[in-house]
Write a protein that binds this ligand. Structure first.
Ligand code: NAD
Length: 477
């Protein structure tokens, strides 16, 4: 960590935060050569580019990055971020997090990340499209994109629209490439996307936190009841990840008491109806002045309000040494990447807060991106081959049961049992299974090695898997 100003909130090298977390895990790994640990941590390839874009009559130079952190498995995989804060350190860190994330949830990719230094909020759609297409062609020129090379996805400030442009640019430069659809994930369904990708990260966050809240021992330790029902939740960032996570928590009976966005926060101790808040945001362009809620001008203050679970789902380093002491939540679910600095984490740990770490909790996005990539390579929609067969088999079983029992099964029950799996059912089932298995693998390591927190245990799990891969692969001479 490089402390640049001791009076203000510290400014960090984000990459050094990850190194700190990595170093906390290595004492729990025995007999590993230092060189191998160094290799795992280092970024394999960093492509920093500047390219010109004509805006009106003027030429503007755009700064952008693509970082491939690890080639121990290929392709590399990681989102693309559009933000004015984009810098090399940030993209390197996010690429590294992707490597560990993929290892934890058994997704066979190396980690990567991309970023373009623009403000999508103040840039016109036409210019964003121009920049996205130019960025993609720069990646193609340097062989930094492709179904077997490196596969981007959405991240902060990007979504289906940008992924569509990336695919279209790739295909127009590489016509006839039969697997071109798999060059990017997070695409709209009509462009080869998979059902369930859009909400996957938020839903994964929900599954991960739900799993923690199901464990009696953990809830007893926190002084909370088992289950999500009635738990008070604050969400920071109502974008893709935050809005979907909020929706699934609300559906499960949790109470969303606060939501923080750039312009301020809203709070209602009795709960906010998330669909209505999203509608209000759409209609007014802001979450503020939502009926029956209190406006909070200083949006950061929302993190410190009374709640059981805090979900930071916006950006990194939002919980630091200056505000960690004031956090009231007993559980923090890191939906965003790197929202807690290592120093703040130490404070929170002493306060008894359970932190569910980003490298596990927000892995739902890359998990479903993996499903999309597989769909694109197989060129067939999930469920297409087996749906009708399952329905016919189910129908046959029901007939046999009705004949044996001499009783009719109610119509509604029958309808539910008969239905064969659709793509969305299979994707959500795969995601739920992945998040549940991941949670327990981390918890088992934590318990068996006597590790204090989930993050260190998650790093141990990830590093072990990557080491195993290198050992089987060998290091190229
Ligand atoms: P997004 O752009 O859709 O949403 C981010 C939201 O945060 C926006 O609504 C923005 O207005 C809000 N925000 C920005 N600054 C804020 C502040 N100071 N206070 C409160 N709100 C603020 O981005 P996203 O895709 O939802 O990503 C959010 C986080 O989740 C990022 O850290 C990203 O890396 C991580 N993540 C995203 C995915 C994914 O699939 N999209 C996957 C894994 C991790």
């Amino acid at each position: 960590m490089s402390k640049k100003n001791t009076n203000k909130v510290e400014t960090y090298s984000f990459f050094s935060c990850i190194k700190k977390n990595f170093d906390k895990a290595t004492p729990f790994l025995s007999n590993i050569e230092k060189g191998l640990l160094d290799q795992i941590q280092s970024c394999n390839a960093v492509y920093r580019m500047n390219f010109p874009i004509k805006i009106g009559k003027k030429i503007k130079i755009i700064e952008a990055y693509r970082v491939q952190h690890s080639h121990h498995k290929l392709p590399c995989k990681g989102g693309i971020r559009y933000s004015i804060k984009v810098n090399q350190d940030e993209i390197m860190t996010l690429a590294a997090l992707m490597t560990y994330k993929c290892a934890i949830v058994d997704v066979p990719f190396g980690g990567s990340k991309g970023g373009i230094k623009i403000d999508p909020q103040t840039t016109s759609i036409e210019i964003i499209e121009k920049i996205t297409r130019r960025y993609t062609s720069e990646l193609i020129k340097k062989n930094f994109i492709g179904p077997g090379i490196d596969v981007p996805a959405p991240d902060y400030g990007t979504g289906e629209r940008e992924m569509s442009w990336i695919f279209d640019t790739f295909l127009s430069i590489k016509p006839g490439e039969v697997d071109a659809l798999a060059c990017v994930t997070g695409k709209p369904i009509s462009q080869g996307g998979v059902r369930g990708r859009k909400e996957a990260t938020g839903l994964g966050v929900f599954y991960g936190i739900r799993e923690l809240c199901r464990i009696k021992k953990e809830m007893l330790y926190l002084g909370l009841d088992v289950g999500l029902h009635g738990k008070k939740i604050i969400i920071q960032g109502l974008g893709n990840v935050g809005s979907h996570a909020a929706y699934f928590f609300h559906e499960a009976g949790a109470i969303i008491v606060g939501i923080a966005e750039r312009e301020g926060a809203i709070y209602n101790p009795n709960g906010l109806n998330i669909s209505n808040v999203l509608m209000h945001l759409k209609n007014t362009g802001s979450i503020l002045n939502f009926p029956e809620s209190k406006n909070i001008e200083n949006t950061e203050k929302a993190l410190e309000l009374e709640c059981d679970i805090l979900i930071p789902a916006a950006l990194e380093n939002v919980i630091h040494t200056k505000n960690a002491y004031r956090i009231k939540a007993k559980i923090i679910g890191e939906a965003a990447n790197g929202p807690i600095t290592p120093e703040a984490e130490e404070i929170l740990e002493k306060m008894g807060v359970i932190i569910v770490p980003d490298i596990y909790l927000n892995a739902g996005g890359v998990t479903v991106s993996y499903f999309e990539w597989l769909k694109n390579l197989s060129h067939v929609r999930y469920g297409r081959m087996e749906k009708r067969l399952s329905e016919n088999m189910n129908s046959y079983f029901l007939q046999v049961i009705e004949t044996i029992c001499k009783k009719k099964i109610p119509k509604e029950e029958k309808k539910r049992i008969l239905r064969g799996p659709r793509e969305i059912d299979l994707v959500r089932s795969g995601l739920e299974d992945t998040m549940i298995i991941g949670f327990h693998k981390i918890r088992d390591i934590k318990k068996s090695l006597g590790i204090k927190n989930m993050r260190t245990a998650a790093f141990v799990l990830a590093i072990k898997k990557i080491i195993d891969s290198y050992e089987k692969l060998g290091i190229f001479p």
